[in-house]
Design a protein around this ligand. Structure first.
Ligand SMILES: Cc1cc2nc3c(=O)[nH]c(=O)nc-3n(C[C@H](O)[C@H](O)[C@H](O)COP(=O)(O)OP(=O)(O)OC[C@H]3O[C@@H](n4cnc5c(N)ncnc54)[C@H](O)[C@@H]3O)c2cc1C
Length: 500
């Protein structure tokens, strides 16, 4: 799919298909804006079947390799006075995961063995979270309300234990290993709040390794759109859904009002599926008459308890480099970098509280993602010969850009632009500590704040995921409440993954 460049948007609303799987092209470079790799598409993972159905089985995935080995890297110690050390986890299964950890942290052999028992059962441990959505709602509510669920599974008890608690002793004895363990997760912030069953599930998935979608992440949206069109459907882009039309007489969703420029068009359909996420759907798409309808009232109240706890935000850096790719010394495998091995959750809690000025003086604690599709994907060189790219995500406080929240994209003024550029260049300087060879190769730089992300994806909060993965969010009650079924007839909400 030809990637569309991020453009100024006078009307507001999404201008392209794909959400966080959108890519954009500028000055001969092409960048992924959100999705950087797909850990769950390993053929050993049952979830890959669902994705393959959605994309018509027509996507190819590339294994992310380091020296022909399929692996994940965690490097710690880029802060001044620290010694850099790297740890690698070879992709394979839980067995390779245990072997790699034990080789690198032999002093923790016993602990690793114990943890691995849980990771092996990761799917099973997390299954109640998914299954509660699959049984009839009345039954799910009944077993939750009466506590019968606790006779069937100990999920609720386990879910209250966070990774901070489980890894407490490891963090004291082997802080590097604690970082490596917590970084098996995608949404690492705040890593110390993850409920343990969820961690075991993600660790089980991540041990299979990461894959990159050949052709870039926009392949997802391109292939899905093709599937829809081939089955007689239509895909509208640059069409903002203003409201879901709900007939108050029978509490049935029957269509959507779409704004096309200055026009509003009502589109009717027997089933309405909102994939904008629960927060956007409830806060801005459902009319107040539907929110206040007696049949929906409890569901809305229950949802509101869960949807306001947004995940932490990120700052994006898009860097274009003079190639060829093999001279740039970039990584094809997935990697994350930490300034120190200080407890992850605590670093973030502290960093998030810094003012912008303080953050400009402080060390950036972590590069959450460093992604280099130009070396992972051989089609990149064909599409953009002689170009290399680096995409970075680093943690940033949404407070730093809050003063410009209500303002329009690309019209936020010089002060905002200066602040964004200042922080962006600080991130770039941090990157040079790890990849000094890039310094005189940079041809293109572009930065994105959480406001940029929300403008383009209409996310209304959150970063990598929309909601924070806290014990509350991962509770069975929240799973049921945030599931696709709603009391409004004909209306379904599909969220950002099962996990939103
Ligand atoms: C920065 C970032 C990095 C990520 N990296 C990865 C990764 O490496 N691996 C991974 O597996 N996942 C990653 N993700 C998550 C992944 O991209 C999402 O899970 C995926 O995009 C599917 O999400 P979704 O469709 O639920 O939501 P989104 O991608 O947010 O799509 C929602 C869509 O709804 C549209 N929309 C919203 N409101 C309206 C409206 N009123 N009218 C019309 N359209 C509307 C939006 O424009 C958007 O197109 C990342 C996400 C982000 C933000």
């Amino acid at each position: 799919m030809p990637a569309s460049i991020m453009k100024d948007d006078d009307d507001g609303g999404p201008r392209f298909a794909g959400g966080a799987c959108h890519t954009f092209e500028d000055k001969g470079f092409e960048f992924d804006t959100g999705h950087h790799y797909s850990p769950y598409l390993n053929p050993a993972n049952p979830l890959h079947v669902l994705v393959n159905i959605a994309v018509g089985g027509k996507m190819d995935f590339i294994r992310m390799l380091k020296d022909d080995v399929y692996c994940d890297e965690v490097t710690i110690g880029y802060a001044p006075g620290e010694t850099k050390r790297s740890y690698y986890l070879t992709a394979g299964d839980v067995k390779t995961w245990i072997e790699d950890l034990t080789r690198q942290f032999p002093q923790e052999e016993e602990t690793i063995k114990n943890l691995s028992k849980d990771v092996k059962m990761g799917w099973l441990k997390f299954a109640p979270f998914i299954l509660i959505r699959m049984i009839p709602q009345w039954l799910a509510r009944f077993i939750l309300r009466t506590g019968l669920i606790d006779l069937i599974t100990n999920y609720r008890k386990l879910n209250r234990r966070t990774t901070k608690e489980v890894f407490k002793d490891i963090t004291k004895r082997s802080p590097d290993m604690s970082m490596v363990l917590q970084l098996l997760s995608f949404d690492v912030v705040p890593a110390n709040q993850w409920p343990y069953p969820f961690w075991t599930f993600v660790a089980a998935i991540m041990s299979g390794g990461n894959l990159y979608p050949k052709g870039g992440s926009s392949e997802y949206s391109y292939r899905m759109c093709r599937e829809i069109v081939e089955r007689g459907g239509k895909v509208l882009v640059n069409a903002l859904v203003d409201k879901i039309i709900v007939d108050p007489a029978n509490n049935r969703a029957c269509g959507v009002t779409v704004s096309k420029g200055s026009r509003n068009v009502d589109v009717y359909a027997p089933i309405i599926i909102s994939s904008a996420g629960a927060k956007v759907t409830i806060d801005s798409l459902l009319p107040s008459s539907a929110l206040n309808h007696k049949e929906n009232f409890d569901w809305v109240q229950e949802n509101r308890k869960h949807i306001n706890n947004s995940a932490h935000t990120y700052f994006h850096v898009f860097m274009g480099l003079r190639g060829p790719a093999e001279e740039l010394g970039l990584y094809a495998h997935s990697c994350r970098f930490f300034a120190t091995n200080e407890s992850l959750g605590e670093i973030f809690e502290r960093y998030e509280k810094l003012t912008f000025e303080e953050a400009m003086e402080a060390e950036i604690p972590m590069i959450t993602f460093l992604s280099c599709p130009s070396v992972v994907d051989p089609t990149y060189e064909v599409r953009h010969p002689g170009k290399g790219i680096v995409e970075l995500l680093v943690c940033a406080s949404s407070q730093w850009f809050t003063p410009w929240k209500g303002e329009k994209l690309m019209k936020r003024g010089d002060e905002y632009e200066a602040r964004k550029a200042a922080f962006g260049h600080k991130v770039v300087q941090t990157l040079y500590k790890l990849f000094p060879q890039l310094e005189d190769r940079v041809e293109y730089l572009n930065f994105g704040t959480d406001l940029t992300c929300h403008d383009y994806f209409n996310r209304r909060g959150g970063g990598f995921t929309k909601l924070v993965h806290s014990p509350d969010r991962m509770s069975l009650e929240a799973s049921l409440c945030l599931g696709p079924e709603t009391p409004i007839k004909g209306e379904k909400i599909v969220s950002n993954r099962i996990l939103e």
